[in-house]
Every structure is written in C-alpha cells, then in structure tokens.
Design a binder for this molecule. Structure first.
Ligand SMILES: [Ca+2]
Ligand SMILES: [Ca+2]
Length: 308
C-alpha cells in the first residue's frame, strides 16, 4: 500500500474548529489503526479533524469487520443523528481502492446497539436514530464492508454526531445554477457547501462564465429564521488549492418572502461569519455578483455557506 503522496498535498493552515458541525467529542479512540506512512496518520483522530481528505483506516488483517472507533462525548449527550463519510475521500481513485463500510453498528454506553446501513456511494450519509438516545459514548463498528479494488483495509474519513442543539436548520435540498462534473479529485455537489467540511466544495461548471451570475439555492424543511452565514470562499482545505480557483466578493441573498440582502464576502480562505438582518424564510438563493479569478481554474468554487 502506498499512500505516501497524501501529506505533501495537505498543507492545512487553518483551525477549522470554528465550524458548527455536530458535537465536539472529548476524544476518539480506535480498536486498531493502519500505521502511519510517510508522515500520514490513519488514526482515530482523522474522523473528527473536519477534513474529508483525511481518514481513519483500520489496521486489522482482512477487511476490518469488527473494527471500531469510539467517541467519548465528555458527558451525557442526547444523540439524534450521525453523518458518516465512508471510505478514503482523498480522491475518487483512492475511494474506490480502499474498503468502505456497508453497515455500521452504533453502540451506546448502556450496551444497546442500532444498525446504520451504508450505500456504496461517495456521499456523506445521514442516519437519524430511531429515537434520541442519551449516552456518554458512541462506538461505531464496521459490521459489513464493500471491498476496495486495491487495499483490503476499510476506511472512514469523517463522522459527525449531532444532538438537538447542534443539528442546526434542517436543510431539504441544495441546488445550483450549474455544477462542475466529477473529476479525479472528487465531486462538486452543491450540497458540499452545507456539510461542515471546508475541504469539500461546490464549483460551478459553466464554461462560458467565471461564476459571475451563477447561484446556489438552499431550501429548508419549513421556514427558518436566519441572520448569519458562515462562508469558506473558494477551494478550501489548503492554500495551494485555494489559489487555483475563483472566489466571490459580493452576493445577493434572496429569500422566499421576496426580500433580499446584499453581502460583502472577503477574498480569504479563512472561515468568515457574515451577519445580515434576520429573515424568516423557507429558502435562500445566493447569487454571486462579483468574482476574483484564481490562477488555474476559471470556475467559482464555494466550500461552505452555512446559514443559521
Ligand atoms: Ca477526516
Ligand atoms: Ca464543504
């Protein structure tokens, strides 16, 4: 197994912990982990580092059935939902080459368990518990796996655990005026702007434009009062990648009540929180009015646009 090229491409400069993406566990441990290679870690901490591109890889012989990671929640929390990025998300190629969970067993501090099925898609997968469950720990155990094409080991790139207080506005759908097609690096879904991970992004795919006039639309489940948005402008995750893509500097927010607000967005790779007058709305359309060009791709990319 050679994954040695991973670390040199991951020049992470920013503490992403500012993100409101689920509970912050006190610690996470694993039953086994693949040993570090060329400076890249595959230990349990990789599932809570806020990056899709880093992964826990189990270190058992075979495909890791029975291997687990366990969250110490730092006290009793009432868990409502879990979101899992199965497999190695470093690239679409690596995702196919390593194993992915097919079923996860979630085990709580009282010993009770519930099964979370996983489809074999490179998409974050949500699982709402049958009932909110109070627990001080959560063990996520691989109970079935899809085999990788190259490596026998099974991987999980990120896990988010939510309680009622951290779940945020319920998002029904995210759509865009255009979407760049998947390539060797990954997918550019509009929904990548609400996954809480700065290293996954939407990129517009309109080859006739630099992104000016393109839009994202976020639809909520019912009406929500929103008054701020956390933005990661451009291609997040590393400065080298950020330099390559287009960024925006101004956007028009249009709400379902017909109201609108114009916001200024800094040309920065750091997460920024932008406040605006509160609107109670079932959707927000974000139309990008001005664009700064990157050095390589003439596509506008937005890594996070999380409204609260
Ligand atoms: Ca990770
Ligand atoms: Ca993202």
């Amino acid at each position: 197994m050679t994954r040695g090229l991973v670390p040199s491409l991951l020049c992470l400069l920013t503490p992403w912990s500012a993100f409101a993406a689920g509970l912050k566990p006190a610690s996470v441990t694993a039953s086994s982990s693949y040993p570090p290679e060329d400076g890249t870690s595959y230990d349990a901490n990789q599932v809570i580092d806020g990056k899709a591109s880093t992964s826990w890889v189990e270190g058992d012989p075979g495909n890791g059935l029975g291997a687990w990671v366990e969250f110490d929640l730092g006290g009793a929390k009432t868990i409502t939902r879990v979101r899992v990025w199965g497999g190695i998300w470093y690239s679409t190629d690596f995702w196919e080459r390593a194993g992915r969970p097919k079923e996860l067993e979630l085990k709580f501090a009282d010993g009770s368990t519930v099964k979370m099925p996983m489809s074999d898609e490179m998409k974050p997968q949500d699982f709402t518990l049958p009932k909110p469950t109070s627990t001080t720990s959560l063990r996520v155990r691989i109970s079935a796996a899809y085999n990788g094409t190259t490596w026998s080991d099974t991987a999980i790139s990120e896990i988010q655990v939510f309680d009622a207080a951290t779940t945020g506005p319920s998002i029904a759908a995210v759509t865009a005026s255009s979407e760049a097609p998947a390539d060797a690096d990954g997918y550019y879904y509009a929904s990548n702007v609400v996954d809480g991970l700065p290293d996954t992004m939407w990129c517009e795919g309109n080859k006739a434009s630099d992104g000016t006039g393109e839009h994202l639309e976020i639809r909520f489940s019912g009406s929500q009062a929103i008054s701020k948005v956390t933005v990661v402008n451009g291609i997040g995750g590393s400065l080298a990648a950020w330099m390559k893509g287009n960024r925006t500097t101004a956007a028009l927010l249009t709400f379902s009540d017909g109201g609108s607000e114009r916001v200024t967005i800094k040309n920065s790779m750091l997460p920024q929180v932008i406040s605006f007058p509160s609107h109670t709305t079932s959707s927000v359309k974000v139309t990008f009015e001005t664009v700064v060009k990157g050095k390589e791709y003439d596509d506008l990319c937005i890594s996070e646009a999380y409204f609260e």
